[in-house]
Design a protein around this ligand. Structure first.
Ligand code: FE
Length: 132
């Protein structure tokens, strides 16, 4: 994290309706609808709510699910993993540690050679910054 202050966290009334729904109400964007599922540039995916660096393009892979998928977070200290037993499923929710935004879920069916995890993240919650 570049700052310990909370200045960079967007307030709820500054979020788009889509981002509010996913980040604050734990919604899910429709697969193949987001801006990053088929995005292959090199760089860093930040939290769309607070700017925290969440996922590097180096860990992104094509999962075929229609959501951006990563084998690991940029820094495990930047996210929180939480048991989620909603919707009749046992899943692990992924949240931004700094602002608490719901980002998506992590599943144990990722590429084995990369550790076996699949962080399935909503494009809406991410902001891509290309490498300069
Ligand atoms: Fe955040």
């Amino acid at each position: 994290m570049t700052t310990s202050k909370n200045d960079n966290i967007k307030k709820d009334n500054e979020l788009s309706p889509e981002l509010y729904h996913i980040a604050r109400e734990k919604g899910t964007e429709a697969p193949f609808s987001g801006k990053y599922w088929d995005h292959h540039e090199k760089g860093m995916y930040q939290c769309a709510v607070c700017g925290t660096e969440l996922f590097s393009s180096d860990t992104k892979f094509d999962s075929g699910t229609g959501w951006p998928s990563f084998s690991e977070p940029m820094n495990t200290e930047h996210v929180i993993l939480k048991e989620d037993n909603g919707h009749g499923m046992r899943r692990t929710e992924v949240l931004c540690k700094k602002c608490g935004a719901h980002l998506g879920h992590v599943f144990p069916d990722g590429p084995r050679e990369r550790g076996g995890n699949r962080y399935c993240i909503n494009s809406t919650c991410l902001l891509f910054k290309g490498k300069k």
